[in-house]
Every structure is written in structure tokens, then in C-alpha cells.
Design a protein. Sequence first.
Length: 106
Amino acid sequence: MIARIWHATATADGADAYREHFTGSVLPALRELDGHRGAYLLRRDRDGHVELQVITLWESLDAVRRFAGPDVEAAVVEPEARAVLTDFDAKVAHHSVVIDALAASP
């Protein structure tokens, strides 16, 4: 499994708006993609701004490529998201998931 990790910053209101965009538009679209295995939106309020981290899970880099296109490191940031964020990474990081404790059984 591959974890695709992306960072952004926003105001508190912008972070709330991004959460609505994420739950209303991004998640439903991701759930339709073959090879998508889950997603997390993390929030950290800090010094007058909000740090956001998005982690999406994929069965393979080929699945990521079907989502992101040929440049798998390019961030996919829709205009609605750009409008509410103060800054965001243009590139994403990919990590191989070595242990998935949620899927592991005793």
C-alpha cells in the first residue's frame, strides 16, 4: 500500500471551508477510484493559522497514477481548495506502508 501525503495551510475559516470541500467533493470522488484505500484529513491549529495534512491510501503507484496523472508527485489541488488555502505544497510525498495496524489481526 502507498500513502500519499500533502500539506497546506489556511486560516481557521479557510480550514473549515477546506474540510467541507474535502468531505463534500474530494472523498466522494476518491471513493469512486479503483485502487483508493482510504483517506485522512489532519488539522493542527498553530500560531494563528491552521496546518492541514492530507493522507490518501492507494493499493499501488499505478493507482496513484490513475488519480494524479503521469507526474505522481504533482499535487492535485482543485480551484475550490486553492480559494480557501493560504499556502500548499505543489508536490506530494509517497511512502510505502510497512505496517497497517488497523488491518492487522491478532
